[in-house]
Write a protein that binds this ligand. Structure first.
Ligand code: C2E
Ligand code: CA
Ligand code: CA
Ligand code: CA
Length: 279
C-alpha cells in the first residue's frame, strides 16, 4: 500500500510537471502566434428578431496552432490575460474586425454593427481609447458601427477609473454592451450610471427555454428591465426555433446562436449579407 502511494505521488508530480510544461509551451507559442499570423476571426450573425435581418456580428477569435490544430479562445484567452498578451492580441482583433466591418459597410447593404469582446485587462489599459480611436481612423469605420462588449466584472472593478474610461469611449461614439448579463455581480446600480446601450442575456439562461420556467422568468425580467432603461436586449445561445419564438413573444430585440448562424469566416457572412440584400 505504501509503495502504491509513492507511485501515485510520482505519477501525480510528473503529470503536474507535464501540465506546467505544456502551459509554458502554450505561452511561448501564443507570443509567436500574432507575428506568425496564426490568429484569425470568425463572425457570428446577430439577427433583428422582428425582421429576421442580420444587423450585427460578433467577432470571435481562433488560434490555428501549427502542431495542435485549432485552439478555442476559452483555452487561450485566460492565458493571454494572465500574461498581458491580451493587450496586443486585443488590439489586433479590434483592427481586423474594424477593417472587416468597413468592407461590409462598403457593400452598401443595411448597416452591420461589429461587436468586439474586451477583457478586463484591455479595459484597464491606459491606451485603450487611443487604440480604439486609431482602429476607427485607420479603417474609416463609423464609430456607431463598433460595439464593445464588456462584462459585469470589468465594470465593477474600480468605479472611478471605470467611469472615466466609459466617458472617453462614449465621447468616441462607440456602442457599449454588457456581455454574459446575469452571471456576474449584477449590481443594477451601474446600469443607470453608465451609458450602456444593450444587455446580452447569457446563454445559460436561454439554453433551458422554453421548458425551464425559472429561466423564462429571468429572461422576461431582464428584457423588461432593459426596455425600461431604454436599452436593447440580445439573447445569446439561441439553438432552436422554439427559443426564437419565445424570445420574439417576450419582445427580445436581437438574437444570436447556432440556430441563426454559427461563427463563420468573413466570406460566408458576405454571402449571407448579399443574399439578404437581394431579397
Ligand atoms: P462569449 O463572448 O460569451 O461568446 C459567445 C460564445 O458562445 C462563443 O464561443 C460562441 O461560439 C458560442 N456560441 C454561439 N452560439 C452558441 C449557441 O447557440 N450555443 C452555444 N452553446 N454556444 C454558442 P467561443 O467563440 O468559443 O468564445 C468563447 C469566449 O471566448 C467568448 O465568450 C469570449 O468571452 C472569449 N473570446 C472570444 N473571442 C474573443 C476576443 O477576441 N477577445 C476577448 N477578450 N475574448 C474573446
Ligand atoms: Ca461576447
Ligand atoms: Ca456572451
Ligand atoms: Ca458566455
Amino acid at each position: 500500500a505504501k509503495n502504491c502511494g509513492k507511485n501515485n505521488a510520482k505519477l501525480y508530480s510528473s503529470s503536474l510537471t507535464m501540465q506546467i510544461m505544456s502551459h509554458v509551451k502554450l505561452e511561448v507559442g501564443l507570443r509567436r502566434a500574432l507575428q506568425n499570423n496564426e490568429l484569425y476571426l470568425l463572425y457570428q450573425p446577430q439577427i433583428d428578431v422582428p425582421s429576421g435581418q442580420i444587423v450585427g456580428v460578433e467577432a470571435l477569435v481562433r488560434w490555428r496552432h501549427p502542431e495542435r490544430g485549432i485552439i478555442s479562445p476559452t483555452e487561450f484567452i485566460p492565458l493571454a490575460e494572465e500574461t498581458g498578451l491580451i493587450v496586443p492580441i486585443g488590439e489586433w482583433v479590434l483592427r481586423t474586425a474594424c477593417a472587416q466591418a468597413r468592407n461590409w459597410a462598403d457593400m452598401g447593404t443595411q448597416p452591420v454593427r461589429m461587436a468586439v469582446n474586451l477583457s478586463a485587462k484591455q479595459f484597464k489599459d491606459d491606451n485603450l481609447t487611443q487604440i480604439v480611436l486609431s482602429a476607427l481612423q485607420e479603417t474609416g469605420l463609423a464609430p456607431g458601427l463598433l460595439e464593445l462588449e464588456l462584462t459585469e466584472g470589468t465594470l465593477m472593478d474600480d468605479a472611478r477609473a471605470t467611469m472615466f474610461t466609459l466617458e472617453q469611449l462614449r465621447g468616441i461614439g462607440v456602442y457599449l454592451s454588457i456581455d454574459d448579463f446575469g452571471t456576474g455581480y449584477s449590481s443594477m446600480n451601474y446600469l443607470k450610471r453608465f451609458d450602456v446601450r444593450a444587455l446580452k442575456i447569457d446563454k445559460s439562461f436561454i439554453s433551458g427555454l422554453p421548458q425551464d420556467s425559472e429561466n423564462a422568468a429571468i429572461t422576461r425580467a431582464i428584457i423588461a428591465m432593459a426596455h425600461g432603461l431604454k436599452m436593447a436586449v440580445v439573447a445569446e445561445g439561441v439553438e432552436t426555433d422554439e427559443q426564437l419564438v419565445m424570445l420574439e413573444h417576450y419582445g427580445c430585440d436581437l438574437a444570436q446562436g447556432y440556430y441563426l448562424g454559427h461563427p463563420s469566416p468573413p466570406e460566408s457572412v458576405t454571402l449571407m449579407l448579399g443574399n439578404q440584400y437581394a431579397l
